[in-house]
Write a protein that binds this ligand. Structure first.
Ligand SMILES: [Zn+2]
Length: 393
Protein backbone atom coordinates (compact mmCIF):
# COMPACT_ATOMS: atom_id res chain seq x y z
CA UNK A 1 0.00 0.00 0.00
CA UNK A 2 2.83 2.32 0.98
CA UNK A 3 4.68 1.81 -2.29
CA UNK A 4 1.47 2.43 -4.23
CA UNK A 5 1.06 5.81 -2.57
CA UNK A 6 4.71 6.60 -3.21
CA UNK A 7 4.21 5.75 -6.88
CA UNK A 8 1.15 8.02 -6.96
CA UNK A 9 3.25 10.81 -5.51
CA UNK A 10 6.01 10.29 -8.08
CA UNK A 11 3.43 10.29 -10.85
CA UNK A 12 1.89 13.48 -9.49
CA UNK A 13 5.28 15.21 -9.35
CA UNK A 14 6.13 14.06 -12.89
CA UNK A 15 2.86 15.53 -14.11
CA UNK A 16 3.54 18.82 -12.31
CA UNK A 17 6.82 19.09 -14.20
CA UNK A 18 5.21 18.12 -17.48
CA UNK A 19 2.66 20.88 -16.86
CA UNK A 20 5.35 23.49 -16.41
CA UNK A 21 7.39 22.30 -19.38
CA UNK A 22 5.31 23.91 -22.16
CA UNK A 23 5.38 27.22 -20.31
CA UNK A 24 9.17 27.28 -20.42
CA UNK A 25 9.03 26.77 -24.18
CA UNK A 26 6.74 29.79 -24.45
CA UNK A 27 9.34 32.09 -22.88
CA UNK A 28 11.22 34.18 -25.41
CA UNK A 29 12.66 37.64 -25.39
CA UNK A 30 10.89 40.06 -27.70
CA UNK A 31 12.25 43.37 -28.88
CA UNK A 32 10.26 46.46 -28.04
CA UNK A 33 9.63 47.12 -31.76
CA UNK A 34 7.70 43.88 -32.27
CA UNK A 35 5.25 44.44 -29.45
CA UNK A 36 1.61 45.51 -29.46
CA UNK A 37 -0.48 47.50 -27.04
CA UNK A 38 -3.82 45.74 -27.55
CA UNK A 39 -4.95 42.23 -28.45
CA UNK A 40 -8.36 41.11 -29.72
CA UNK A 41 -8.60 37.31 -29.62
CA UNK A 42 -11.65 35.97 -31.46
CA UNK A 43 -12.95 32.40 -31.25
CA UNK A 44 -15.54 31.01 -33.64
CA UNK A 45 -16.79 28.09 -31.57
CA UNK A 46 -16.88 24.96 -33.71
CA UNK A 47 -15.64 26.82 -36.82
CA UNK A 48 -13.73 24.42 -39.08
CA UNK A 49 -12.17 25.16 -42.47
CA UNK A 50 -15.27 23.79 -44.20
CA UNK A 51 -17.60 26.06 -42.23
CA UNK A 52 -15.81 28.95 -43.94
CA UNK A 53 -16.12 27.28 -47.35
CA UNK A 54 -19.80 26.52 -46.73
CA UNK A 55 -20.51 30.18 -45.91
CA UNK A 56 -18.82 31.23 -49.17
CA UNK A 57 -20.81 28.61 -51.09
CA UNK A 58 -23.97 30.04 -49.50
CA UNK A 59 -23.13 33.40 -51.05
CA UNK A 60 -21.33 35.29 -48.27
CA UNK A 61 -18.09 37.22 -48.74
CA UNK A 62 -15.97 36.49 -45.71
CA UNK A 63 -13.88 39.46 -44.59
CA UNK A 64 -11.88 37.29 -42.20
CA UNK A 65 -10.69 35.03 -45.03
CA UNK A 66 -10.04 37.73 -47.61
CA UNK A 67 -8.18 40.06 -45.25
CA UNK A 68 -5.99 37.78 -43.14
CA UNK A 69 -2.30 38.68 -43.19
CA UNK A 70 -1.38 35.16 -42.13
CA UNK A 71 -3.37 31.99 -42.47
CA UNK A 72 -2.51 28.73 -40.71
CA UNK A 73 -4.23 26.15 -38.57
CA UNK A 74 -4.57 25.21 -34.92
CA UNK A 75 -4.28 21.60 -33.79
CA UNK A 76 -6.99 21.08 -31.21
CA UNK A 77 -6.62 17.76 -29.36
CA UNK A 78 -6.97 17.81 -25.57
CA UNK A 79 -4.94 15.94 -22.98
CA UNK A 80 -7.61 13.29 -22.56
CA UNK A 81 -8.87 12.85 -26.11
CA UNK A 82 -8.03 13.38 -29.79
CA UNK A 83 -11.29 15.35 -29.89
CA UNK A 84 -11.46 18.28 -27.50
CA UNK A 85 -14.52 19.78 -25.88
CA UNK A 86 -14.95 23.53 -25.50
CA UNK A 87 -13.67 23.50 -21.89
CA UNK A 88 -10.29 21.96 -22.68
CA UNK A 89 -10.16 23.94 -25.93
CA UNK A 90 -10.68 27.22 -24.09
CA UNK A 91 -8.13 26.29 -21.42
CA UNK A 92 -5.48 25.63 -24.09
CA UNK A 93 -6.23 28.94 -25.82
CA UNK A 94 -6.43 30.93 -22.56
CA UNK A 95 -3.84 29.30 -20.33
CA UNK A 96 -1.39 27.63 -22.73
CA UNK A 97 -1.86 24.13 -21.30
CA UNK A 98 -3.69 21.07 -22.51
CA UNK A 99 -6.04 19.61 -19.93
CA UNK A 100 -8.80 17.04 -19.64
CA UNK A 101 -12.14 17.51 -21.41
CA UNK A 102 -14.64 19.15 -19.07
CA UNK A 103 -12.05 21.03 -16.96
CA UNK A 104 -12.05 24.83 -17.26
CA UNK A 105 -8.82 26.65 -16.44
CA UNK A 106 -7.73 23.82 -14.18
CA UNK A 107 -5.48 20.87 -14.48
CA UNK A 108 -6.28 17.82 -12.43
CA UNK A 109 -3.43 15.55 -11.44
CA UNK A 110 -4.68 12.01 -11.12
CA UNK A 111 -4.60 10.00 -8.97
CA UNK A 112 -3.68 12.58 -6.33
CA UNK A 113 -6.66 14.84 -6.97
CA UNK A 114 -4.42 17.90 -6.85
CA UNK A 115 -6.01 20.69 -8.87
CA UNK A 116 -3.70 23.23 -10.50
CA UNK A 117 -4.93 26.59 -11.74
CA UNK A 118 -2.79 27.76 -14.65
CA UNK A 119 -2.98 31.53 -14.93
CA UNK A 120 -4.94 32.69 -17.98
CA UNK A 121 -3.84 35.28 -20.52
CA UNK A 122 -6.62 37.49 -19.10
CA UNK A 123 -5.09 37.31 -15.60
CA UNK A 124 -1.66 37.98 -17.09
CA UNK A 125 -3.05 41.04 -18.89
CA UNK A 126 -4.55 42.35 -15.63
CA UNK A 127 -1.21 41.81 -13.89
CA UNK A 128 0.39 43.94 -16.64
CA UNK A 129 -2.08 46.77 -15.93
CA UNK A 130 -4.18 46.17 -19.05
CA UNK A 131 -7.94 46.46 -19.26
CA UNK A 132 -9.73 43.21 -20.12
CA UNK A 133 -13.01 42.02 -21.58
CA UNK A 134 -14.78 38.74 -22.31
CA UNK A 135 -17.63 38.86 -24.83
CA UNK A 136 -19.69 35.91 -26.10
CA UNK A 137 -23.00 34.96 -27.66
CA UNK A 138 -23.00 31.89 -25.38
CA UNK A 139 -23.94 32.06 -21.70
CA UNK A 140 -21.41 34.08 -19.71
CA UNK A 141 -20.79 30.83 -17.78
CA UNK A 142 -20.21 28.87 -21.02
CA UNK A 143 -16.99 26.91 -21.37
CA UNK A 144 -15.21 29.36 -23.68
CA UNK A 145 -15.80 32.58 -21.72
CA UNK A 146 -15.18 30.62 -18.50
CA UNK A 147 -11.76 29.52 -19.77
CA UNK A 148 -10.76 33.19 -19.99
CA UNK A 149 -12.28 34.24 -16.67
CA UNK A 150 -12.49 31.37 -14.16
CA UNK A 151 -10.93 28.17 -12.83
CA UNK A 152 -13.27 25.28 -12.03
CA UNK A 153 -12.95 21.52 -12.16
CA UNK A 154 -16.13 21.03 -14.22
CA UNK A 155 -17.65 23.19 -16.93
CA UNK A 156 -21.17 22.84 -15.53
CA UNK A 157 -20.34 24.79 -12.34
CA UNK A 158 -22.17 27.92 -13.50
CA UNK A 159 -22.57 29.43 -10.04
CA UNK A 160 -18.90 29.09 -9.16
CA UNK A 161 -17.88 30.43 -12.59
CA UNK A 162 -20.18 33.43 -12.17
CA UNK A 163 -18.94 34.10 -8.62
CA UNK A 164 -15.34 34.06 -9.85
CA UNK A 165 -16.16 36.33 -12.80
CA UNK A 166 -17.89 38.89 -10.57
CA UNK A 167 -15.03 38.78 -8.05
CA UNK A 168 -12.41 39.22 -10.80
CA UNK A 169 -10.88 42.45 -12.10
CA UNK A 170 -12.17 41.86 -15.64
CA UNK A 171 -13.70 45.14 -16.85
CA UNK A 172 -16.53 43.70 -18.90
CA UNK A 173 -18.09 40.23 -19.22
CA UNK A 174 -21.06 40.08 -21.60
CA UNK A 175 -23.09 37.16 -22.95
CA UNK A 176 -26.35 35.28 -22.66
CA UNK A 177 -27.89 35.40 -19.19
CA UNK A 178 -27.27 32.72 -16.57
CA UNK A 179 -29.57 31.80 -13.68
CA UNK A 180 -26.64 31.98 -11.27
CA UNK A 181 -27.07 35.68 -10.58
CA UNK A 182 -29.38 38.65 -11.14
CA UNK A 183 -29.42 42.43 -11.49
CA UNK A 184 -29.70 43.08 -7.74
CA UNK A 185 -26.77 40.87 -6.81
CA UNK A 186 -24.54 42.32 -9.54
CA UNK A 187 -25.39 45.94 -8.79
CA UNK A 188 -24.82 45.34 -5.06
CA UNK A 189 -21.19 44.64 -5.98
CA UNK A 190 -20.87 48.02 -7.70
CA UNK A 191 -20.91 46.44 -11.16
CA UNK A 192 -23.20 47.82 -13.89
CA UNK A 193 -25.75 45.26 -15.08
CA UNK A 194 -26.82 45.44 -18.74
CA UNK A 195 -29.49 43.32 -20.41
CA UNK A 196 -30.50 45.13 -23.60
CA UNK A 197 -29.13 47.31 -26.38
CA UNK A 198 -30.19 50.60 -24.78
CA UNK A 199 -28.38 49.76 -21.52
CA UNK A 200 -25.34 48.64 -23.50
CA UNK A 201 -25.21 51.88 -25.48
CA UNK A 202 -25.50 53.91 -22.26
CA UNK A 203 -22.36 52.31 -20.76
CA UNK A 204 -19.53 54.78 -20.25
CA UNK A 205 -15.82 54.01 -19.78
CA UNK A 206 -14.52 53.57 -16.28
CA UNK A 207 -17.04 51.24 -14.68
CA UNK A 208 -17.12 47.45 -14.69
CA UNK A 209 -20.09 45.82 -16.40
CA UNK A 210 -21.76 42.41 -16.52
CA UNK A 211 -23.94 41.81 -19.59
CA UNK A 212 -26.85 39.36 -19.26
CA UNK A 213 -28.81 39.26 -22.50
CA UNK A 214 -31.78 37.05 -23.33
CA UNK A 215 -30.64 33.48 -23.88
CA UNK A 216 -31.91 33.48 -27.45
CA UNK A 217 -30.13 36.59 -28.65
CA UNK A 218 -27.66 34.68 -30.79
CA UNK A 219 -30.35 32.83 -32.72
CA UNK A 220 -31.04 33.79 -36.32
CA UNK A 221 -34.47 34.95 -37.57
CA UNK A 222 -37.39 34.32 -37.27
CA UNK A 223 -36.85 34.70 -33.49
CA UNK A 224 -37.39 38.22 -32.31
CA UNK A 225 -33.99 39.73 -31.49
CA UNK A 226 -35.15 43.33 -31.39
CA UNK A 227 -33.61 45.29 -28.56
CA UNK A 228 -30.70 42.87 -28.36
CA UNK A 229 -27.20 43.57 -29.65
CA UNK A 230 -25.41 41.58 -32.36
CA UNK A 231 -21.93 40.19 -31.75
CA UNK A 232 -20.59 42.95 -34.00
CA UNK A 233 -22.28 45.62 -31.88
CA UNK A 234 -20.98 44.03 -28.67
CA UNK A 235 -17.46 43.97 -30.15
CA UNK A 236 -17.52 47.60 -31.26
CA UNK A 237 -18.81 48.75 -27.86
CA UNK A 238 -16.30 46.62 -25.94
CA UNK A 239 -13.40 48.05 -27.95
CA UNK A 240 -14.55 51.63 -27.43
CA UNK A 241 -14.92 51.13 -23.65
CA UNK A 242 -11.62 49.30 -23.19
CA UNK A 243 -9.65 51.67 -25.42
CA UNK A 244 -10.89 54.92 -23.83
CA UNK A 245 -8.22 56.84 -21.85
CA UNK A 246 -6.10 53.72 -21.71
CA UNK A 247 -2.30 53.94 -21.87
CA UNK A 248 -1.67 50.33 -20.85
CA UNK A 249 -3.68 48.63 -23.59
CA UNK A 250 -6.37 45.98 -23.45
CA UNK A 251 -6.97 42.28 -23.98
CA UNK A 252 -10.41 41.37 -25.37
CA UNK A 253 -11.72 37.85 -26.06
CA UNK A 254 -14.74 37.63 -28.37
CA UNK A 255 -16.55 34.34 -28.97
CA UNK A 256 -19.11 33.61 -31.69
CA UNK A 257 -20.86 30.60 -30.10
CA UNK A 258 -23.62 30.06 -32.61
CA UNK A 259 -21.49 28.33 -35.28
CA UNK A 260 -21.04 25.42 -32.88
CA UNK A 261 -24.63 25.49 -31.65
CA UNK A 262 -26.08 25.32 -35.17
CA UNK A 263 -23.61 22.64 -36.24
CA UNK A 264 -24.50 20.45 -33.25
CA UNK A 265 -28.20 20.53 -33.97
CA UNK A 266 -29.54 17.26 -35.38
CA UNK A 267 -26.94 15.23 -37.21
CA UNK A 268 -28.34 14.64 -40.64
CA UNK A 269 -28.19 11.41 -42.59
CA UNK A 270 -27.39 11.22 -46.27
CA UNK A 271 -30.96 11.77 -47.34
CA UNK A 272 -31.67 14.89 -45.29
CA UNK A 273 -32.44 18.26 -46.78
CA UNK A 274 -29.44 20.39 -45.90
CA UNK A 275 -30.79 23.71 -47.04
CA UNK A 276 -32.01 25.01 -43.70
CA UNK A 277 -29.03 23.85 -41.68
CA UNK A 278 -26.63 25.27 -44.26
CA UNK A 279 -28.42 28.58 -44.09
CA UNK A 280 -28.24 28.75 -40.29
CA UNK A 281 -24.58 27.72 -40.06
CA UNK A 282 -23.56 30.11 -42.85
CA UNK A 283 -25.48 32.95 -41.19
CA UNK A 284 -23.71 32.17 -37.90
CA UNK A 285 -20.30 32.28 -39.63
CA UNK A 286 -21.23 35.60 -41.24
CA UNK A 287 -22.39 37.01 -37.88
CA UNK A 288 -18.99 36.17 -36.43
CA UNK A 289 -17.28 37.53 -39.56
CA UNK A 290 -19.00 40.90 -39.08
CA UNK A 291 -17.49 41.09 -35.59
CA UNK A 292 -14.03 40.18 -36.94
CA UNK A 293 -14.35 42.92 -39.58
CA UNK A 294 -15.15 45.50 -36.89
CA UNK A 295 -12.17 44.40 -34.80
CA UNK A 296 -9.74 44.41 -37.73
CA UNK A 297 -10.94 47.82 -38.94
CA UNK A 298 -10.23 49.20 -35.45
CA UNK A 299 -6.82 47.49 -35.40
CA UNK A 300 -5.80 48.86 -38.79
CA UNK A 301 -6.80 52.36 -37.79
CA UNK A 302 -5.15 52.04 -34.37
CA UNK A 303 -1.86 50.60 -35.67
CA UNK A 304 -0.99 49.04 -32.30
CA UNK A 305 -3.48 46.18 -32.06
CA UNK A 306 -3.06 42.49 -32.88
CA UNK A 307 -6.13 40.50 -33.97
CA UNK A 308 -6.10 36.69 -33.88
CA UNK A 309 -9.02 34.53 -35.04
CA UNK A 310 -9.35 30.81 -34.46
CA UNK A 311 -11.74 28.11 -33.21
CA UNK A 312 -11.63 25.78 -30.22
CA UNK A 313 -12.54 22.75 -32.38
CA UNK A 314 -14.52 21.78 -35.47
CA UNK A 315 -18.17 20.75 -34.98
CA UNK A 316 -20.16 18.39 -37.15
CA UNK A 317 -17.43 16.66 -39.23
CA UNK A 318 -18.44 18.86 -42.14
CA UNK A 319 -16.97 17.94 -45.48
CA UNK A 320 -17.69 18.06 -49.17
CA UNK A 321 -19.38 15.05 -50.72
CA UNK A 322 -20.61 15.12 -54.32
CA UNK A 323 -20.53 18.92 -54.38
CA UNK A 324 -22.55 19.23 -51.14
CA UNK A 325 -21.18 20.07 -47.66
CA UNK A 326 -22.50 17.34 -45.40
CA UNK A 327 -22.43 17.06 -41.60
CA UNK A 328 -21.26 13.60 -40.61
CA UNK A 329 -21.86 13.90 -36.89
CA UNK A 330 -23.73 16.00 -34.35
CA UNK A 331 -20.60 16.40 -32.26
CA UNK A 332 -17.06 17.79 -32.32
CA UNK A 333 -14.28 16.40 -34.50
CA UNK A 334 -10.51 16.39 -34.14
CA UNK A 335 -9.90 18.31 -37.38
CA UNK A 336 -7.48 21.23 -37.43
CA UNK A 337 -9.23 24.61 -37.38
CA UNK A 338 -8.40 27.94 -39.07
CA UNK A 339 -5.88 30.27 -37.43
CA UNK A 340 -6.09 33.74 -38.99
CA UNK A 341 -3.84 36.67 -38.04
CA UNK A 342 -4.32 40.37 -38.78
CA UNK A 343 -1.89 43.31 -38.54
CA UNK A 344 1.04 40.97 -37.93
CA UNK A 345 3.37 39.08 -40.25
CA UNK A 346 5.06 36.63 -37.91
CA UNK A 347 2.77 35.32 -35.16
CA UNK A 348 3.05 32.03 -37.05
CA UNK A 349 4.69 30.92 -40.27
CA UNK A 350 2.27 31.17 -43.21
CA UNK A 351 0.33 27.89 -43.60
CA UNK A 352 1.77 26.40 -40.40
CA UNK A 353 -0.33 24.12 -38.18
CA UNK A 354 0.52 24.88 -34.55
CA UNK A 355 -0.74 23.36 -31.28
CA UNK A 356 -3.67 25.32 -29.81
CA UNK A 357 -1.82 25.64 -26.49
CA UNK A 358 1.03 27.56 -28.15
CA UNK A 359 -1.25 30.44 -29.22
CA UNK A 360 -1.52 32.39 -25.93
CA UNK A 361 2.26 32.21 -25.51
CA UNK A 362 2.72 33.59 -29.03
CA UNK A 363 0.33 36.42 -28.18
CA UNK A 364 2.18 37.03 -24.88
CA UNK A 365 5.41 37.50 -26.82
CA UNK A 366 3.72 40.01 -29.10
CA UNK A 367 2.63 42.01 -26.06
CA UNK A 368 6.29 42.24 -25.08
CA UNK A 369 5.86 39.93 -22.10
CA UNK A 370 8.75 37.54 -21.56
CA UNK A 371 6.22 34.67 -21.43
CA UNK A 372 2.90 33.70 -19.94
CA UNK A 373 3.41 33.58 -16.18
CA UNK A 374 4.25 30.16 -14.83
CA UNK A 375 1.00 28.40 -13.96
CA UNK A 376 -0.02 29.23 -10.45
CA UNK A 377 -1.12 26.37 -8.24
CA UNK A 378 -3.46 27.07 -5.40
CA UNK A 379 -0.70 27.05 -2.76
CA UNK A 380 -2.94 26.11 0.15
CA UNK A 381 -4.51 23.12 -1.49
CA UNK A 382 -1.36 22.03 -3.33
CA UNK A 383 0.99 22.10 -0.32
CA UNK A 384 -1.58 20.66 2.04
CA UNK A 385 -2.34 17.77 -0.26
CA UNK A 386 1.35 17.13 -0.94
CA UNK A 387 2.08 17.15 2.81
CA UNK A 388 -0.75 14.74 3.49
CA UNK A 389 0.46 12.40 0.77
CA UNK A 390 4.00 12.47 2.17
CA UNK A 391 2.64 11.72 5.62
CA UNK A 392 0.71 8.74 4.28
CA UNK A 393 3.55 7.26 2.25
ZN1 LIG B 1 -16.62 24.70 -28.55
Amino acid sequence: MKSKRFLSLLLALAMVFSLFAPQVVLAAAVSEDGSYKNVIFMIGDGMGENHLRLAVQEGYDLFMVENADLRGQSKTRSLSDSVTDSAAGATALACGVRNTNGCVGTYSIDPSGILLRPRSITENAIAHGMKTGVVTTDSTAGATPAGFSAHVKARGMAEEITDQQLASDIDLIWGAAVDATNREAVEAMGITYVSNKAELEALAPGSRSFGQFSGSFWRPAPLDNSGLPTLEELTVKAISLLNADNENGFFLMVEGAHIDKNSHATAEDGTADYAEKHERVAAAVKGFDNAVKAAVEFAREDGDTLVVVTADHETGSLYLEGGVYRFHSGSHSGANVPLLVYCCSDLITESAAVPNRSIPGRIAEKLGWSSLEVPKADPGSFLTKLKNMLKRS
